[in-house]
Write a protein that binds this ligand. Structure first.
Ligand code: ATP
Ligand code: DNN
Ligand code: MG
Length: 231
């Protein structure tokens, strides 16, 4: 079992996406598997989850499973919100307000228990969480390197470039990006990937094909961990 390097800041990533439904959970879980394959003890977070099915938040369950079931759900997911809508609205409907303190406290606790923490955002990079903050603020306060999941479909170039601009505007490091095939019929797929490789100025960590019943362990075969030397 890997030694927990509690004295050093945790390795980890903040996983964001070009939109909701682009594969953040799939890629976050794949990155967890990649880190575990290196012998690391890995925690994961889905700080805010909006939308449950039969009383379960599927992103949270996927991340807990990927970590090997040891992580406490209350720390993985401080804000489980029932409605599958924008989180600040889901919070209002649930009678709560999303605040950073419980999330940052949970992160610090997990970071002391693990060698790495993989945090999945919610929706895209600039999702409102309350009147005075959004997911970009959360990413900035966690200060983890960012992995961008590009949901490959027409329109993703603009979303990827705008998101990259916003990440860097917060002084965050875009440590890598993943092309995830959510539209298996996307025209000029390879040329779109090549355009992203030219313009994002960050390492491509992999191109995940469209998978049948996507299993993060299978997706992990198509993803590599960032090499920290270069952005
Ligand atoms: N490469 C793929 N091949 C096939 N299906 C995929 C692939 N990537 C994602 N999916 C499917 O697309 C849906 C959205 O993926 P996922 O839940 O990972 O997105 P997300 O960005 O985490 O969404 P959210 O914003 O709700 O958290 C899921 O049903 C998932 O199984
Ligand atoms: C419900 C969905 N699956 C996500 N959990 C939340 C997506 C929030 C998107 C907000 C927005 O940008 O309009
Ligand atoms: Mg998700």
């Amino acid at each position: 079992m890997a030694l927990c390097s509690s004295s050093l800041p945790p390795e980890g990533f903040f996983v964001t996406g070009t939109d909701t439904g682009v594969g953040k959970t799939l890629v976050a879980c794949a990155l967890v598997h990649c880190l575990r394959a290196e012998g690391r003890r890995v925690a994961a977070m889905k700080p805010i989850a909006a939308g449950c099915e039969d009383g379960q938040w599927l992103d949270v369950e996927a991340l807990v499973t990927a970590c090997g079931e040891w992580v406490p759900r209350t720390q993985v997911n401080p804000y489980p919100l029932p409605l599958p809508i924008a989180p600040h609205l889901a919070a209002r409907a649930a009678g709560v307000e999303i605040r950073p303190e419980p999330i940052l406290e949970a992160f610090r606790s997990l970071a002391q228990q693990a060698d790495a923490v993989v945090v999945e955002g919610v929706g895209g990079f600039r999702v409102p969480l309350a009147a005075d903050w959004d997911t970009a603020d959360l990413a900035a306060w966690l200060a983890l390197p960012v992995v961008l999941v590009v949901g490959m479909r027409l329109g993703c170039l603009n979303h990827a470039l705008l998101t990259t601009e916003a990440i860097r505007a917060r002084g965050l490091r875009l440590i890598g990006w993943v092309a995830n095939t959510i539209d298996p019929h996307m025209a000029a797929f390879q040329d779109n990937v090549a355009t992203l490789q030219e313009r994002l100025d960050a390492q491509c960590l992999g191109v995940i094909p469209h998978l049948d019943g996507p299993d993060p362990r299978v997706a992990a075969r198509w993803v590599r961990l960032p090499s920290h030397g270069r952005e």
